[in-house]
Design a protein around this ligand. Structure first.
Ligand code: GLN
Length: 458
C-alpha cells in the first residue's frame, strides 16, 4: 500500500466511527498531502525508514506546528503552536503521517478522559465505558483501527492504563529516554512520552523512532539506545527471572484481571521463564506520595497559563487589571480537576506545610525507588496486573476523586522511580468480556527487556 492509500483508509475510518468514539479533537487536513510527498520520495528512490508512510495519531499534550494543541483544556483553545514537539518532529522525519490530535483528560489529569474539556472518548469495546486516561483518545484511536499507532504521555499511567482497558499495547519508556520538548508539562519529574500500538513489534518500531538524546530537554539521556525492534524479533524468555509483586496480586484486583494475569505468567513459565514472588512494601504509599508530588509540580507548571502568553483571555466587563484578567481567564479556562490539583499543590508547597506534605512525599518516593532496587537485585523484570479493573462505566468514579486515583495503584510506582513499564494485552476478563493487560517493569535504561518479554507473549 502507498502512504496515500494507508492515510486515506484511516481518514475514512475516522469519518465512519469517530462520531461514536470521539478519539480525535482535530484531524490533520494536511495528512493526504504529506502522504503524497512520502510516495513521491519513495518513487524517487529516497531511503525511507520502516515506518515511512505509516499514519499516526498524536496525543493533544504534544504541540504540533500549525495544528491546535489544547492538552484537553479550554485555556488553550485556539492556540496554534509555532513548532513541533521533538517526538512529533521525529515521527515526521521518519516519514510518518500525523492523522490528528487525540482527546485526553485536561492537562493529562485523570484516568477516564471524562476530565477533557471537550467531552469524553468512548471505549470502542463498549461505548458506554471509559477508554482509560489520560490518553484515552490515543488508545481508543488505535483500538478502533482509526490509527495503527499513536503517541501518548505517561505521568502516572496514562499510556499503560488506557492500553489495559482497550486491549492495546502501551509503553512508558525510561525517564529521559524520549524527549519531552514540546510536551505540555504536567509533572516534570514524572512525565514520559511513549508509544501506543496494537502489537509489541509496532510499539518497538515507534520507540526506536522517538527515543534518543535531545539537547532541548535537560533530562534527556545522552547515551544511545539498543534497537527495541530487535529485542522483539529475538524475544526469548528462557532463564528470565520474573518477579510477581505480591502486594499488587491481591483481592483489590478484579477476579478476571488476576486470572488473565496468572495465565500470562503460566505461558511465560512454559517458555522457560522463572516466576518468583517479590515484595515491594512501600508501593502501597505510592498513590499518596504521587498525589502530593504531582499537584505540587502541576501547580507550578500551570502558572504559565496566565492569559498573556497563550490561548484564552477573558476580560471582565471589557476591562480590569492584569490580576483580574488572569483570575477571570483561569476561572473560565480550567476545569474542576485542574483547579482541585492546583489548590492541593500550592497548599502542599506552602511554607508552613512544605515539610509535612511535599517533604514526606519525597521521602516515600525514595523508599519506592529502594523497593525497585531491592527487587531488581533478585529478578530481571517485575510483573503486575496493569490496573485493578476492566473499563468502568462513565460517571462511576467521576464524583469521587479518590476512587479515580486508586486506579493508578499499579502504574504510579514506575513513574516515581523513573523505570520503564509496558502493558501488553492478556485476554478478556471472563466475567465481562472486556480487555485486560499485564504490566512488566524493568530497571532504568533496560526498556529492551520489556520488549523481549512482551514480544514473547505475542
Ligand atoms: N491517572 C493519573 C493522574 O490522574 C495519571 C496521569 C498521567 O499519567 N498523565 O494523574
Amino acid at each position: 500500500v502507498s502512504a496515500v492509500e494507508a492515510t486515506k483508509a484511516h481518514l475514512d475510518r475516522i469519518s465512519a466511527v469517530d462520531g461514536a468514539v470521539h478519539a480525535f479533537l482535530h484531524v490533520n487536513e494536511q495528512a493526504l498531502e504529506t502522504a503524497a510527498e512520502i510516495d513521491r520520495r519513495r518513487a524517487a528512490g529516497d531511503e525511507l525508514g520502516p515506518l515511512a508512510g505509516v499514519p499516526i495519531a498524536v496525543k493533544d499534550v504534544l504541540v504540533t506546528e500549525g495544528m491546535p494543541s489544547t492538552s484537553g483544556s479550554r485555556i488553550l483553545e485556539g492556540w496554534i503552536p509555532p513548532y513541533d514537539a521533538t517526538p512529533v518532529r521525529k515521527v515526521r522525519e521518519a516519514g510518518m503521517i500525523p492523522l490528528g490530535k487525540t482527546n485526553m483528560d485536561e492537562f493529562a489529569m485523570g484516568s477516564s478522559t471524562e476530565h477533557s474539556a471537550y467531552g469524553p472518548t468512548h471505549n470502542p469495546w463498549d461505548l458506554e465505558r471509559i477508554p482509560g486516561g489520560s490518553g484515552g483518545g490515543s488508545a481508543a484511536a488505535v483500538a478502533a483501527f482509526e490509527a495503527p499507532l499513536a503517541l501518548g504521555s505517561d505521568t502516572g499511567g496514562s499510556i499503560r492504563q488506557p492500553a489495559h482497558v482497550t486491549g492495546t499495547v502501551g509503553i512508558k519508556p525510561t525517564y529521559g529516554g524520549v524527549s519531552r520538548y514540546g510536551s505540555i508539562a504536567l509533572a516534570s519529574s514524572l512525565d514520559q512520552v511513549g508509544p501506543v500500538s496494537r502489537t509489541v513489534l509496532d510499539a518497538a518500531l515507534l520507540h526506536d523512532v522517538i527515543a534518543g538524546h535531545d539537547p532541548h530537554d535537560q533530562t534527556s539521556i545522552p547515551d544511545p539506545w539498543p534497537s527495541m525492534a530487535d529485542a522483539v524479533r529475538r524475544a526469548d524468555v528462557s532463564g528470565l527471572r520474573i518477579g510477581v509483586v505480591k502486594e499488587l496480586d491481591s483481592d483489590g484486583f478484579q477476579a478476571g484481571v488476576r486470572q488473565r494475569f496468572h495465565e500470562a505468567l503460566d505461558l511465560l513459565a512454559a517458555n522457560g521463564a522463572e516466576i518468583v514472588e517479590v515484595s515491594a512494601p512501600n508501593f502501597e504509599y505510592s498513590i499518596a506520595a504521587y498525589y502530593l508530588i504531582l499537584p505540587a509540580e502541576a501547580s507550578s507548571n500551570l502558572a504559565k497559563f496566565d492569559s498573556v502568553r497563550f490561548g484564552l483571555r477573558v476580560t471582565p466587563d471589557g476591562g480590569g487589571t492584569v490580576e483580574e484578567v488572569m483570575a477571570a481567564t483561569r476561572e473560565a479556562g480550567f476545569g474542576p480537576e485542574v483547579k482541585r490539583r492546583i489548590i492541593l499543590g500550592t497548599y502542599a508547597l506552602s511554607a508552613g506545610y512544605y515539610d509535612a506534605y511535599y517533604g514526606s512525599a519525597q521521602k516515600v518516593r525514595t523508599l519506592v525507588q529502594q523497593d525497585f532496587a531491592n527487587a531488581f537485585a533478585e529478578v530481571d523484570v517485575l510483573a503486575t496486573p496493569t490496573a485493578p479493573t476492566t473499563a468502568f462505566k462513565f460517571g462511576e468514579k467521576l464524583a469521587d476523586p479518590l476512587a479515580m486515583y486508586l486506579n493508578d495503584v499499579a502504574t504510579i510506582p514506575a513513574n516515581l522511580a523513573g523505570v520503564p513499564g509496558i502493558s501488553v494485552p492478556s485476554g478478556l476478563a471472563p466475567e465481562d468480556g472486556l480487555p485486560v493487560g499485564i504490566q512488566f517493569l524493568a530497571p532504568a535504561r533496560e526498556d529492551a527487556r520489556l520488549y523481549n518479554v512482551g514480544g514473547a507473549l505475542e
